[in-house]
Design a protein. Structure first.
Lengths: 388, 101
């Protein structure tokens, strides 16, 4: 027995080590909006790994991931910026960097985190490693006023692009020399840009407009050509239906040769040709779309809605550009996220206190996880995508 | 007689204004989640301004009720009258003036 003891111990240690190893590619974060906590989840096992508490006001929250997928950066409504260690199930660092904040981005090389703030209006940029402040860019426009900043994305060549809601401007900032940000401003882009997306190739930045018809397009390969208006006459503001929740734009709007965007004040998803920037089709849907998200392969686009239709989820077939299916996951379908190759979609259903997992081929629910008033669902595969 | 009639009118008015407890729960849910979508879960603001007692001070009830029911043209504030009546809106304004519970 004495001779065998070291062997036994060695085996035990090996098993222990294997049991403790965790990889990052199939991890994610689910935000619990009232509790101010975040769940770390595993999309292979469909299970919760841990809960991280005390993350402040997460009633609106957005998440980006470090380039090695180890850390999640959570941008909270109260200006909190939390760096979560997904391998060690803990809060690594937290700062409160503003009064009110809507989202953020990580730089091309992964060294900088930028946050878009409502109060004070502007962008602050931090070291992704230490969360120390690197740059402060007030979104100042006419008469010394500060604008809310929305639609902040990363772009190639170490840039960030964002929109100024109150000012109707789009700015780019080049952070190649972190101590000397180089800002370029595009003015009069349109009234109330409410969010922005960048295409997955990092070329086109598109801001949706709330106060005017259409969207504003900036070609980052030819910024000297300025801003182009897409769909300038589509829905005039006085024709709009009331909008009970602001839609969101992100890079998952692109599928096949098209960009799919929510109409503002009309119950439609607009299909825009990516070459001509003309409207190809307006697909009638159940309500005011909030998230219009393409499955990673681009064959389907899934849509959720503002109140009072926020118990529905609709699936558009991209091949036929028509509605394929209407699902009723439950009460208050707030957000969704596809697994990296798109076989599943995770759907946050706030008032049922759960997240449902659907098979995107059969459209059947295959799993569910309890979550306290869940809103955002974010997976680590975002770490390697431009604009996420 | 006039005084009794007046008293009746006033008291009936007050009775009519208070939503039922079921309705109150619905309104609190709406305040937290739908108003909260733009004004923040804690009403400290977001896309829309803060709705705390100090921010609402000096603004007349009728102005706030009208804003809730009719929205504000040219801004993201939509009209909530498809979802509530004037009594509901009055009750919400009172809740907002009291502040966080």
């Amino acid at each position: 027995m004495k001779n065998r003891l070291p062997l036994l111990l060695g085996l035990l240690l090996t098993f222990n080590a294997n049991a403790e190893l965790r990889a990052t590619g199939d991890l994610g974060i689910i935000i619990e909006r009232e509790a101010g906590s975040a769940l770390i989840i595993d999309t292979t096992e469909h299970k919760q790994l841990s809960r991280i508490d005390k993350l402040g006001d997460l009633s609106h929250a957005s998440v980006v991931f470090s380039r090695d997928q180890r850390f999640a950066y959570i941008f909270g409504r109260d200006g909190g910026l939390s760096k979560i260690d997904l391998l060690q199930d803990k809060l690594d660092k937290r700062i409160v960097q503003a009064g009110n904040s809507i989202g953020g981005a990580i730089s091309q090389d992964g060294t900088l985190i930028a946050v878009s703030n409502y109060t004070p209006g502007g962008v602050k940029i931090f070291s992704a490693d230490t969360l120390e402040l690197v740059a402060d860019i007030p979104a100042e426009y006419a008469d010394g006023k500060l604008s809310k900043v929305v639609g902040l994305v990363d772009a190639p060549d170490q840039r960030f692009v964002f929109s100024l809601f109150d000012a109707g401007e789009i700015w780019t900032v080049d952070m190649s020399t972190p101590k000397k940000p180089k800002i370029e401003k595009f003015k009069n882009v349109g009234k109330f840009p409410y969010d922005g997306l960048i295409t997955s190739d990092g070329r086109f930045y598109i801001a949706g407009l709330f106060g005017e018809s259409g969207l504003s397009l900036l070609d980052l390969w030819e910024p000297e050509k300025g801003i182009k208006r897409i769909l300038p006459d589509y829905v005039k503001p006085d024709e709009q239906l009331p909008v009970y929740k602001m839609p969101h734009l992100e890079g998952w709007a692109v599928a096949d040769d098209y960009i799919f965007v929510p109409a503002i004040g009309k119950n439609e998803v607009l299909v825009i040709d990516k070459q001509s920037w003309k409207l190809v089709k307006a697909i009638p849907v159940a309500g005011q779309p909030v998230f219009v998200m393409a499955r990673p392969d681009g064959r389907q686009v899934w849509v959720n809605f503002a109140t009072p239709e926020n118990n529905k989820l609709q699936v558009i077939d991209v091949k036929g550009l028509n509605l394929q299916s209407t699902l009723t996951p439950g009460h208050a379908v707030l957000h969704m996220e596809f697994t990296p190759r798109g076989e599943n979609v995770w759907v946050a259903v706030r008032d049922d206190d759960q997240v449902l997992v659907y098979d995107t081929h059969t459209l059947k629910e295959i799993a569910h996880l309890p979550a306290q008033k869940p809103n955002g669902v974010f997976f680590t595969s975002r770490a390697n995508k431009i604009g996420f | 007689m006039k005084k009794i009639l007046l008293l009746l009118c006033v008291s009936l008015n007050c009775l009519a204004a208070e939503p039922t407890s079921v309705r109150q729960a619905e309104l609190r849910h709406l305040l937290k989640n739908d108003c909260g979508a733009c004004h923040g879960l804690t009403l400290h603001g977001g896309m829309g301004p803060a709705l705390l007692p100090e921010t609402l001070k000096g603004k007349p009830d009728e102005f706030l009720v009208s804003t809730i029911l009719n929205g504000r043209k040219g801004t993201p504030m939509p009209p909530w009258k498809p979802f509530m009546n004037a009594d509901d809106a009055h009750w919400l304004v009172n809740i907002l003036r009291q502040g966080p519970q």
